[in-house]
Design a protein around this ligand. Structure first.
Ligand code: FES
Length: 155
């Protein structure tokens, strides 16, 4: 093979590089041209086993997309359209909860259906990360309503 890179050739293609969204610890759900180290925001999830997962995300990412991109157990049955409660999260710090935008009426209606509703419950798909929420910690409730994405097909 004259002049070619002996490591990267048709017979020996370069190794597949994992999507940044799949690299544990750094979530870049939607690639953004302005995404820089300064733009990273810290968010932590506490899963149903009590394990804490610390992540860095970009402004505008929502908690459902972040959880699913990192293989956390969040169903998101309606695909983030605020029509179920399977993305229910509990914000650990009430002060951080107060920094969030108020939930919409639709979100409150769905939260009323959630198991284990608390004073600091939110729907993950409705919470967009921003710099004010740097350090946010949310807990995944032990149970959610038993809805699945297939329940929303054709609707
Ligand atoms: S995914 Fe259904 S309300 Fe969030």
């Amino acid at each position: 093979m004259a002049g070619g890179n002996p490591v990267q050739s048709a017979q020996n293609p370069p190794a597949v590089v994992a999507s940044p969204a799949l690299v544990h610890g750094v979530c870049t759900v939607f690639p953004r041209s302005h995404y820089t180290a300064e733009a990273r925001i810290n968010v932590s999830f506490i899963d149903k086993d009590g394990t804490r997962i610390d992540l860095q995300v970009a402004e505008g990412d929502n908690l459902l997309d972040i959880a699913q991109a990192n293989d956390l157990e969040m169903e998101g049955a309606c695909g983030g359209s605020c029509a179920c409660s399977t993305c229910h999260v509990v914000v650990e710090d009430p002060d951080m909860f107060d920094k969030m935008e108020e939930p919409s009426d639709d979100e409150n209606d769905m939260l009323d259906l959630a198991f284990g509703l608390t004073e600091t419950s939110r729907l993950g798909c409705q919470v967009l990360m921003n710099k004010e929420l740097d350090g946010l910690v949310v807990r995944l409730p032990a149970m959610t309503r038993n809805l699945q994405a297939s329940d929303f097909e054709g609707k």
